[in-house]
Design a protein around this ligand. Structure first.
Ligand SMILES: *[C@@H]1O[C@H](CO)[C@@H](O)[C@H](O)[C@H]1NC(C)=O
Ligand SMILES: *[C@@H]1O[C@H](CO)[C@@H](O)[C@H](O)[C@H]1NC(C)=O
Ligand SMILES: *[C@@H]1O[C@H](CO)[C@@H](O)[C@H](O)[C@H]1NC(C)=O
Ligand SMILES: *[C@@H]1O[C@H](CO)[C@@H](O)[C@H](O)[C@H]1NC(C)=O
Ligand SMILES: *[C@@H]1O[C@H](CO)[C@@H](O)[C@H](O)[C@H]1NC(C)=O
Length: 447
């Protein structure tokens, strides 16, 4: 149960209930038909983890309804309902009305709504409940929290924060996408310019964008982690998952120790940060962030250019390629990328074997989950638009097949122990020479 303060508020607003039905206690994590919150009233999740109420920051005339951690002294907001429609003072009202969650301003005008238009909504008598996960749900009053009865959940409408158990990604049946959008500034929750959004086309990955421009991408999920996040490893208290099937495609993370808090945010300045609360020091500790280095910058070395932070300059061309613009390249501008020394000749091309690679941007790819390595090479060799191939999943020595169609963008090479995976790039036979690690040679031995 929640705080005494909150109970007090409900007593204040619902004296009738308390006088005539003294045995019916009002649960303070829930708003039912007649209840509402206003000004400094809040509801608190059952285990005292999260709190929901009105707040304002720099601007005294802009009030928001949001969710924050109940017991973290450094007030940290994880969700904001009306981020782009503040109310001018805290005399607004947040409640369930007409089977929706609504926020009304002091003049009783609708400012924000959960906007449910379900045809069968008549069947329901919904209540709003704040769960210990930080999820504010609208559910059938008698459902006892069964998830099937959730009519609406705040987890489907993230602001800038991904909490444990939230899904970042798509419901493919409804075409609904959940993604993060930064705050405008540290003290202004309205929608900022930066988004972190999953793209399910081809081999899915997540893009950090500044308006339309890609700033950083996670790389596709390789079965263990994102291809571009080699430091991502399951821990005793936290694990990560990526689900991709015909119904949905999403990324989630889970905390296995309830005393720990961890959140992934997009900051107003365009970085991704995972922060973890350390109870002893009472601080949010930066756990991971991106972009981390020059090679995380999207397409730093242009088409077919490879970025390597251990090289100087960081951009290099793969064997068989040469800088497209030598002068710019020498001046440390690799953005024009690399071009082939010799043209391809589809029937005769070979494949260059690159190791420890962050996979190239994978929107224009085709994934064959059950095609083996040998057939993958044959698929790519046969299709003259195919520029590269790799395994779909790196577990068990490699599973499945991905082929790239068109230019290879945003290549990055890690050091030998730093992650990445094998990538095979199409090359004119004459450019491959007699490289010992070339795949065609290995392939010959395999047959
Ligand atoms: C809530 O606001 C009222 C009126 O402004 C004030 O008297 C009361 O102390 C406040 N309660 C809390 C818990 O801040
Ligand atoms: C909110 O605004 C209304 C209308 O301007 C005013 O009557 C009311 O006193 C204000 N409430 C607070 C708490 O400032
Ligand atoms: C709800 O629908 C109205 C009207 O279509 C729209 O203006 C508003 O932005 C929607 N609110 C939310 C929270 O999606
Ligand atoms: C991750 O943790 C969750 C919650 O404890 C658990 O249900 C799930 O099975 C774990 N997944 C993996 C891959 O370990
Ligand atoms: C190569 O594969 C792509 C993706 O499947 C396909 O769109 C294209 O038609 C293929 N090209 C040829 C020549 O088979």
């Amino acid at each position: 149960m929640g705080t005494l303060t909150t109970i007090h508020h409900f007593c204040f607003f619902l004296p009738v209930l308390f006088i005539f039905f003294p045995k019916i206690s009002v649960s303070v994590d829930t708003l039912s038909g007649t209840q509402f919150i206003t000004q400094n009233q809040t509801i608190v999740s059952q285990g005292d983890v999260f709190e929901l109420g009105f707040f304002n920051l720099d601007n005294p005339g802009e009030w928001y309804v949001g969710i924050w951690y109940k017991n973290i002294p450094d007030r940290t907001y994880v969700w904001v309902a009306n981020r782009d429609n503040p109310v001018s003072n805290s005399s607004g009202v947040f409640k369930v009305e007409d089977r929706n969650l609504v926020l009304l301003d002091e003049g009783n005008n609708l400012v924000w709504s959960s906007n449910i238009t379900k045809g069968d909504a008549d069947k329901y008598n919904p209540v709003a409940q704040l769960l210990d996960s930080g999820n504010l749900v609208l559910r059938e009053a008698n459902s006892n929290g069964e998830t099937d009865y959730y009519l609406w959940r705040s987890f489907d409408y993230p602001t800038d924060t991904l909490l444990p158990d939230m899904k970042l990604g798509w419901d493919l049946n409804t075409g609904f996408n959940r993604f993060l959008t930064s705050w405008k500034t540290r003290n202004d929750p309205s929608s900022g310019d930066f988004t972190f959004k999953l793209d399910y086309k081809g081999f899915p990955e997540i893009f950090l964008r500044n308006k339309q421009d890609i700033e950083y991408r996670s790389g596709p999920w390789n079965g263990l982690r994102f291809s571009g996040v080699p430091e991502m490893k399951p821990l005793d208290y936290m694990n990560f998952s990526f689900v991709s099937n015909q119904d949905e495609v999403y990324y989630s993370f889970y905390i296995t120790n309830n005393n720990l808090f961890s959140r992934l945010i997009v900051t107003p300045t365009g970085t991704l940060e995972r922060l973890t609360w350390i109870p002893d020091t009472k601080q949010w500790n930066p756990f991971w962030y991106a972009p981390k280095d020059q090679c995380d910058e999207y397409s730093e070395c242009g088409p077919y250019g490879m970025c390597d932070t251990n090289a100087s300059p960081v951009c290099k061309c793969p064997k068989g390629f040469t800088p497209k613009n030598e002068q710019a390249w020498d001046l440390r501008d690799g953005s024009n990328g690399c071009v082939r020394k010799n043209d391809l000749d589809c029937g005769k091309d070979k494949f260059l074997h690159l190791v420890n690679m962050k996979l190239p941007e994978s929107t224009n790819t085709v994934v064959y989950r059950s095609v083996n390595f040998k057939d993958c090479q044959a698929f790519c060799a046969r299709n003259c638009s195919c520029t590269a191939f790799s395994n779909w999943d790196i577990r068990n020595g490699g599973i499945g097949c991905v082929i790239w169609i068109g230019d290879l963008i945003d290549l990055r090479q890690y050091t030998s122990d730093g992650g990445g995976q094998d990538l095979f790039i199409r090359l004119a036979a004459s450019d491959l020479g007699t490289l010992r690690n070339s795949h065609s040679l290995i392939f010959l031995f395999l047959i």
